[in-house]
Design a protein around this ligand. Structure first.
Ligand code: KG4
Ligand code: ZN
Length: 353
């Protein structure tokens, strides 16, 4: 089986070829053309500019992925593409290109949810096999979700952000510090040389206050699994405002302290969810999964409290947006004979169901 996957949901134009070995997906090629350099000067992704850049790169990227996999387009059995969520102008480029290729070669086309793709990046490891039930923390530029996954392609969202996403917090924090875009990797780099305990940031707990039941006893509500990052951003803004002309060491300390606070806030709810759902495997996914501090902190905490739980993180190259992860979802959809309509359209607000 050969699958050609296309991903254009935000600011990376990506194509990958996925094959099969021992009933598992194998990556033959995974090509990503990043637009970071284009958007850097605007301090964030400009949707119209992103869509135009996808139009220019999508065919060369697909050709490069076929060449790297050493196969011809006529060898492809299935096409797959990210249907959403994402920027509408960007998604449309991938979806329409995939439709044209599938029609021209008379092969099936499978739409994939980008968030499923991030989760399934963990199924591309050659050495580790996630065991169900899984719990995933999906942390990207647009989403922060805790997802309980009983079996393939079945998702229950058990916690989510009520405001900013974790990646967005990194990006906005970096903007406040004036250190560039995209914020996550830049904050992480500066944090390596900063003191993470220098500036205290709040640990946000959205658990409601205890309530009296009908018999008059105080009842303790279940700990909340939801996140909020907007307060951390405001806390950072307040520090930046009161210290005009931050020195280089101060910026490094702030980056380290801010990163620690995001990691602590994520870890608090991950540990609560693990206690509640007792998964066999915990998987980290999404662009922020590339953060070394987050990977290490969760690994240590999970091992200390639940040594039997397997802890998986995707390869660094599979954390941020790529098409191999989209191909991995399509692989399991095909194996599980999941039907998909060929008449789908790009969905910027597609939900994980
Ligand atoms: O999954 P992704 O590539 O795109 C979306 O689907 O949003 O995630 C991008 C996000 C950005 O917010 C970026 O700052 C963050 O992932 N990110 C990181 C790191 N690398 C990327 N955040 C923290 N540490 C990193 N090393
Ligand atoms: Zn993504």
């Amino acid at each position: 089986m050969k699958i050609l996957a296309i991903e254009t949901s935000c600011d990376e134009t990506a194509a990958a070829v996925i094959s099969e070995k021992d009933n598992r997906p194998v990556v033959l090629s995974n090509v990503v053309s990043s637009q970071i350099d284009i958007h850097k000067e605007y301090g964030g992704v400009v949707p119209e500019v992103a869509a135009r850049a996808h139009i220019e790169s999508v065919i060369p990227v697909i050709k490069a992925s076929l060449k790297k996999a050493k196969i011809d387009i006529s060898d492809i059995d299935y096409f797959t593409v990210t249907q959403g969520p994402g920027l509408i102008g960007s998604l449309v480029v991938g979806v329409e290109t995939a439709k044209a290729l599938a029609a021209a070669t008379s092969k099936p086309l499978i739409p994939v949810n980008h968030l499923e793709g991030h989760i399934y990046a963990n199924f591309l490891s050659e050495t580790e096999k996630p065991q169900f039930p899984l719990l995933s923390l999906l942390v990207s530029g647009g989403h922060t979700l805790l997802i309980y996954i009983k079996d393939h392609l079945s998702y229950e969202i058990v916690g989510q952000t009520r405001d900013d996403a974790a990646g967005e917090a990194f990006d906005k924090g970096a903007k406040l510090l004036g250190i560039g875009y995209p914020g996550g990797p830049i904050v992480a780099k500066l944090a390596e040389r900063g003191d993470e305990n220098k500036f205290p940031f709040p640990l946000i707990d959205l658990t409601p206050l205890p309530k009296r039941n009908n018999e008059g006893y105080l009842e303790k509500p279940e700990p909340s699994l939801d996140f909020s990052f907007s307060g951390l951003k405001t806390a950072l803004l307040n520090i930046v405002k009161t210290r005009p002309g931050l020195t280089e060491p101060e910026v490094k300390d702030l980056a380290a302290s801010f990163q620690k606070s995001i990691v602590d806030n994520l870890s608090q709810n991950v540990m609560r969810a693990i206690k509640k759902y007792q998964p066999k495997t915990f998987i980290l996914s999404g662009g922020v999964a590339a953060n070394q501090k987050l990977r290490e902190t969760l690994g240590v905490k999970i091992h200390a409290t639940s040594p039997k739980i397997r802890y998986l993180t995707p390869d660094f190259s599979l954390c941020t947006d790529n098409a191999a992860m989209v191909g991995a979802v399509a692989f399991y959809k095909i194996k599980l004979h999941q039907k998909s309509s060929p008449n789908f359209v790009a969905e910027p607000n597609l939900k994980l169901t």
